[in-house]
Design a binder for this molecule. Structure first.
Ligand code: TYD
Ligand code: MG
Length: 466
């Protein structure tokens, strides 16, 4: 009799499945990430009948035996429920979609549980039935956290449980509208042999939750810890199964957090939400530009305000550069918060096209506030910050700079110039340096804001000290 394969090897990072063990994953190129986990045949795994593969499992409740024309499919109306947090609503694409499964990933301790508890509070206060299931904290620990967050006036129910069978029974019985599972790595299904947090358990548990969400039209949030290494499976291997993937990012010692969408079946993926972690929970930062510029020094050389686009939203930020004579043979170059190679490239452009002598200088570039941005529109800001620091002449504090820099020293057009200019005007800037080619595209004059179009790096650095 042919041998039926009961286990397979899965990459802990991306979930790639292979019949045999491999040292390096051919998809995500990580080393030593393969672990053995059971595979279950579709429909064969007991009465819960969840397939071993997320996609196959996801497909079955959607199946309708005959193919249908688009016009025959009833539209679901696309109702959205507001989570009570405008920042989160925007990242979700306009609110929570019923019957959707969203994964909220992030490093441990970044604030995922706090965010979701606040969302649960808002939803329950708006009259929705919400169930918060924690496999990590006891009821009294949740209570402690809730006390920090302040008043809870809605009907919000909690359950401490790690057995997914119990969890799904409760969900089917209670029929809540919104469920939070904190975290997927603590959940286990008895019919899957491996330990909680293992690849097999995490995949199977997610497949069960996916079915629950779609069958009962419940919105489910799953928390997934990002693990550097170790024994727990990371959330990346679940990305293909869920509808929405959000990552909560930030530095431990910086209070602000960014919620980024990397996959969204119901909206755009380039929106971000900005939050600030405070003593009493997360606060939304409705105007990130103001927040990012709050500590900008006045009249300091090497400090330039630039503008990056986060989705459809412009965000002003401060670029800092420090150029000083090197004491060693080999000059040091560092870039914090932006691409190191890009900074090297811009240094070369400055040297070759604007006559700066930088080969005997140490160069440090930093995007203030601990944020990471990699957008070509910051190029001109970086160049001007470098030039300003090298000459030790400050750039006008009320000047905002954006534009891409090419290898010939030309300043190239960037998208959404209008929005960036408007943001600068809104925050009281009086001058804006931008690519000359963007000028004709601007629809109207902005009162109080002088637009300075430049076509080359040389023109831009000539503005310093004027
Ligand atoms: P938490 O939501 O438990 O993180 P995660 O679920 O992602 O592991 O956040 C824990 C951190 O947040 C912890 O370091 C304490 C801090 N915190 C505050 O600063 N203020 C608060 O009001 C709360 C509830 C937590
Ligand atoms: Mg937590």
């Amino acid at each position: 009799m042919a041998k039926v394969r009961s286990t397979a090897f899965f990459c802990k990072e991306c979930g790639y499945e292979s019949a045999k063990w491999m040292g390096q994953c051919p998809v995500c190129r990580e080393w030593n990430t393969f672990v053995e986990a059971p595979v279950q045949k579709a429909g064969g795994a007991g009465n819960r009948g969840v397939s071993g593969r997320g996609l196959a499992g996801a497909g079955r409740f959607l199946t309708d035996a005959s193919p249908k024309k688009l016009s025959e499919i009833p539209s679901s109306g696309g109702e959205r429920v507001s989570t009570g947090m405008a920042e989160l609503d925007r990242v979700l694409g306009g609110g929570l979609v019923s019957g959707s499964l969203a994964l909220v990933g992030g490093d441990p301790g970044i604030g995922k549980s706090t965010l979701l508890l606040q969302v649960c509070r808002n939803l329950s206060e708006a009259g929705h039935q919400v169930l918060y299931i924690s496999g990590e904290e006891s009821l009294s620990q949740i209570k402690l956290r809730a006390d920090r967050l302040g008043e809870f006036s809605g009907e919000l129910t909690f359950l401490c449980e790690t057995s997914l069978d119990m969890v799904s029974d409760t969900i089917v019985q209670e029929k809540p509208e919104v469920v939070v599972i904190d975290s997927i790595q603590t959940m286990y299904r008895e019919d899957v042999g491996s330990a909680p947090g293992s690849v097999g358990q995490v995949r199977e548990s997610t497949a069960t939750l996916l079915q629950l969400a779609k069958r009962n039209n419940i919105s489910i949030f799953i928390v997934g810890h990002v693990t550097k290494e170790g024994t727990v499976a990371g959330p990346r291997m679940l990305e293909h199964m869920v509808d929405t993937v959000l990552y909560f990012e930030g530095e431990k010692n910086v209070p602000y957090r960014i919620l980024r969408s990397v996959k969204n079946r119901f909206g755009s993926t380039n929106e971000i939400g900005v939050f600030e972690m405070q003593e009493d929970g997360l606060r939304e930062v409705a105007n990130p530009s103001e927040y990012m510029l709050s500590g900008k020094p006045e009249g300091a050389s090497g400090s330039v305000t630039a503008c990056s686009m986060e989705g459809t939203r412009p965000m002003l930020l401060e670029i800092q550069a420090l150029v000083c004579r090197t004491n060693f043979g080999m000059p040091r170059r560092t870039a914090a918060g932006t691409d190191y190679n890009r900074v090297n490239l811009l240094l070369a452009v400055l040297e070759k096209r604007a006559g700066f002598r930088l080969s005997d200088c140490d160069v440090y570039v930093n995007i203030a506030g601990g944020i990471r941005v990699n957008e070509p529109s910051l190029d001109l800001g970086i160049v001007m910050a470098l030039a300003s620091s090298h000459r030790d002449i400050p750039v006008d504090d009320k000047m905002m700079v954006f534009g891409e820099v090419g290898l010939s020293g030309e300043v190239r057009a960037v998208s959404m110039a209008e929005k960036r200019v408007q943001e600068a005007a809104k925050l009281g800037f009086t001058a804006c340096v931008l690519p000359k080619v963007c000028l004709p595209g601007l629809r109207q004059e902005v009162p109080g804001l002088k637009l300075i179009g430049v076509s080359s790096v040389q023109e831009a650095v000539d503005l310093i000290g004027r």
